[in-house]
Design a protein around this ligand. Structure first.
Ligand SMILES: C[S@@+](CC[C@H](N)C(=O)[O-])C[C@H]1O[C@@H](n2cnc3c(N)ncnc32)[C@H](O)[C@@H]1O
Length: 239
């Protein structure tokens, strides 16, 4: 089960995440486009993004790789009216229970969704994050590839404090928009080590290629992340 606050947050943020340039901030964009350019196949391939907002990245992929069926799986139905391209099939569902059959996709993408898979408590949150990774593994075909991008906070203590403070604030209702403090934002960041351990346990260490990029942070972002180091972790998983 996913916490009710997540839908509230992203319903409010639909316009933000529908911005046409949103995908450009993603370090995954170039990597995926390069990988697909080099793909030597004449058959149609199935590409799916979970939590793809208005489908901006999928739209770019469709331009360099027209031989693809593109699917965007989103928990927020409102994105449908902001979809960047008619070529992107929109499915209103969750990565936690999408109902696709095993091996449905050749390429799966998920960017910055894991820290929003908040459950009723910390244990259920970790369960959700693991379940999402298991689902990606189930849904990718043999020979397929999974691209994951995730913002991590490098202090385990800070990730716990941020999680519990954000839960507390959900009850208190404090709102300081300039500091990104909004009462219904509950987030469960992983450290890069925890994300790698979790991914290795699901996909097997030898199947994962990892990249870690330092993140330039604005002062208010440093405050809400309790002055811990932030990284963007990119995982490329081959099945
Ligand atoms: C931080 S935004 C990232 C949007 C986009 N992937 C990007 O990187 O610009 C997280 C997105 O994941 C979606 N989301 C959250 N939980 C989800 C779930 N369980 N299944 C599918 N999408 C989910 C949200 O609606 C939101 O659009």
């Amino acid at each position: 089960m996913q916490h009710e606050s997540v839908k509230k947050l992203f319903k409010e943020q639909v316009r933000h995440y529908s911005h046409k340039d949103q995908y450009k901030h993603s370090p995954l964009t170039q990597l995926i486009l390069e990988c697909l350019k080099n793909k030597k196949t004449n058959k149609k391939i199935e590409i799916c993004e979970f939590g793809g907002g208005a489908g901006q990245l999928l739209n770019e992929i469709g331009k360099v790789y027209p031989k693809a069926n593109l699917t965007n799986v989103e928990i927020i139905d409102d994105y449908k009216s902001f979809l960047t391209s008619k070529k992107v099939r929109f499915v209103n569902s969750s990565v936690l229970n999408s109902n696709f059959s095993d091996g449905s996709f050749d390429v799966i993408i998920m960017r910055d969704v894991l820290h929003h898979l908040v459950g009723r408590n910390y244990k259920e949150t970790l369960y959700n994050q693991t379940l999402a990774l298991r689902e990606l593994k189930r849904l990718v075909r043999p020979g397929g590839v999974i691209f994951i991008e995730e913002l991590t906070n490098e202090s385990e203590v800070a990730t716990r404090i941020i999680y519990y403070l954000s839960r507390l604030n959900f009850k208190i209702g404090l709102s300081i928009p300039s500091l990104f403090v909004i009462s219904y934002v509950i987030v469960a960041f992983l450290t890069s080590t925890k994300l790698l351990n979790l991914s290795s346990s699901v996909f097997g260490e030898k199947n994962i290629k990892t990249q870690m990029l330092a993140v330039e942070t604005k002062w208010y972002f440093q405050i809400v992340h309790l002055f811990s180091g932030l990284k963007k972790v990119i995982l490329v998983v081959k099945k």
